[in-house]
Design a protein around this ligand. Structure first.
Ligand code: NAD
Length: 511
């Protein structure tokens, strides 16, 4: 992150790792300075740059805590989660403010991020009294068959910076309710929100060692955690490139691995759509969180009959967006996360203009004057006349850059929509129920919306994607989450008093 020479506006705090129930300095002795991306004069704090030794200490603490936590009856684990959720409710505003300061998205959105953690915590706590297995008939007489979920052991959770409390909660809550212990490595840019989540856990009485945080870089702390032999599962959310590194390591070491990765999501606008509604959805989907969401609507495919009108309305609405420091109540779009991200976004804009040959309709530059001068702001950018195979229409830009692609009909829209390597989220705007259902069936994405943007997942439905977005798992909805964080144990009870052999003994059906 580029650092201003000006005096910080607040006293910097030095944060520590949380290992075995204690806040401890990193053994590495190094730290990472984090500044507010909307105003780099504001130093959020210094955070540990942990090394492999720190990671090892955290994994040992988690391993030691595992047998005791596993032995706590799940409904009792759930009671702690209910208490934890309540503490999150009480601290929501403070946590949202910290999050806006550390990662830039506007207060309403960071409030939503904390709310998602609250929802996930309450929802998962309810699971403590279910965690259902099932019974099943045996093929042999006087034999009982059933299966139960078992915890895995130490789970490593590696998270990105764009949903710094919600995503840790999607992983932590199901891991804990199943009886696992965890070590979390939050993203370098947003450790404070994960610290806040864990401080709330501490206040709720989650026992020492059950949750541990090690902060630091992906290359050092993240890699050490992934490679640690005592880690049974790695649950990773982040870019597809990093996810594949994690998958290689975990595959080689025979660990369980769940991956949530990138997206290049599409909104399809048909000629019968409510255009004003579609424009609102596109603005929210493309420019909310400054386009830095895995589910961001970075492509809009529009029927040629309404293309011109849609572009006009979209540009007019986009021009009204208030861009600035998300701590101000009227601001609708904040900065991007850091200088490196900003440069990457600007380089995609250059590709769009000069190599792809798309038309730059709006924006396309850094905002660096007045209130934007100390932050990482990019003007909301709209490209028109985009062809589906252009780089800007294929790659995840992760910034406020929207490609608008014309189409002839629904079939072509679907083909364009599916014509990327990712498969996270898609949506259609139409008044025709037949077309909506046809698109729902045809879109190869993990999430699909009708008359809504590509954003808006709720915690109790499966979250994740196909193709390069994931490796077949889903977070969120309890059944799919529990399938990540537990293993099945099949149990047979033979009460016949004799040796019975499945598949070999022949059962004579009485006549
Ligand atoms: P990233 O891949 O750079 O980093 C994600 C995490 O991995 C960070 O904690 C990082 O420190 C760690 N990491 C980096 N290198 C590592 C390594 N070699 N070994 C282990 N860990 C390592 O991603 P990011 O920039 O933080 O987040 C943006 C990306 O995340 C985008 O691609 C976005 O689409 C994706 N994302 C996906 C979802 C989803 O649910 N599908 C949700 C949010 C974000």
């Amino acid at each position: 992150m580029a650092v201003s020479k000006s005096k910080p506006s607040t006293k910097p705090e030095t944060y520590k790792n949380y290992i075995g129930g204690r806040w401890v300095k990193p053994l590495s002795g190094s730290s990472i300075e984090n500044r507010n991306p909307a105003d780099t004069r504001d130093l959020v704090g210094n955070f540990p740059a942990s090394n492999a030794e720190d990671v090892s200490a955290a994994v040992s603490a988690a391993r030691e805590a595992f047998p005791k936590w596993k032995a706590v009856p799940a409904p009792k684990r759930a009671e702690l989660l209910f208490r934890w959720a309540q503490i999150l409710v009480e601290r929501k505003d403070a946590f949202a403010t910290d999050m806006t300061r550390e990662m830039g998205k506007v207060l309403k959105e960071t409030g939503g991020d904390v709310q998602e953690a609250i929802d996930m915590t309450f929802y998962t706590a309810g699971e403590g009294r279910r965690l259902h297995g099932y019974t099943s008939p045996s093929e042999l007489p006087d034999k009982f068959a059933m299966c139960v979920r078992q915890p895995l052991g130490v789970c490593a959770l590696i998270t990105p910076w764009n949903f710094p409390m919600a995503i840790p909660s999607w992983k932590m809550m199901p891991a804990l309710i199943c009886g696992n212990t965890v070590v979390i490595k939050p993203a370098e840019d947003t450790p404070l929100s994960t610290i806040n989540l864990v401080k709330a856990a501490e206040a709720a009485g989650i026992p020492p060692g059950v949750i541990n945080i090690v902060m630091g870089t992906g290359e050092e702390a993240g890699a050490a955690l992934t490679q640690h032999p005592d880690v049974r599962l790695v649950s990773f959310t982040g870019s597809t490139d990093t996810g594949r590194i994690v998958a290689e390591t975990t595959g080689r070491m025979g660990k369980i691995c769940s991956l949530e990765m990138g997206g290049k999501n599409v909104i399809m606008v048909m000629e019968d759509a409510d255009l004003d509604l579609a424009v609102e959805g596109a603005v929210w989907g493309a420019f909310g969180t400054s386009g830095q969401r895995c589910t961001a609507s970075s492509r809009v495919v529009v029927h040629k009959r309404v293309y011109k009108k849609f572009v006009e309305k979209l540009a007019e609405r986009t021009k009204t967006l208030v861009i600035g420091n998300g701590l101000k109540k009227n601001v609708e779009m904040g900065p991007v996360i850091n200088e490196q991200a900003l440069q990457k976004i600007l380089s995609y804009i250059e590709i769009g203009k000069n190599i792809d040959g798309a038309t730059l309709h709006l924006g396309g530059h850094r905002l660096d004057k007045g209130e934007h001068k100390n932050g990482f702001f990019v003007a909301p950018t709209i490209f028109t006349d985009v062809a589906p195979q252009m780089t800007i229409a294929q790659e995840e830009i992760f910034g406020p850059v929207l490609s608008i692609i014309p189409c002839r009909d629904l079939d072509e829209a679907i083909e364009i929509g599916n014509g990327v390597k990712y498969g996270l989220s898609s949506s259609i705007y139409t008044q025709d129920v037949n077309r909506a259902f046809h698109a729902m069936e045809a879109m190869n994405t993990g999430i699909f919306y009708v008359n809504s943007s590509t954003i808006g997942a709720e915690v109790h439905l499966p979250f994740g994607g196909t193709k390069a977005t994931g490796n077949g798992h889903r977070e969120g909805a309890m059944i799919s989450s529990l399938d990540i964080f537990s293993e099945w144990k099949a149990i047979y009870v033979d009460y016949s008093g004799k040796l019975q052999k499945a598949q070999i003994d022949v059962f004579e059906t009485p006549r």
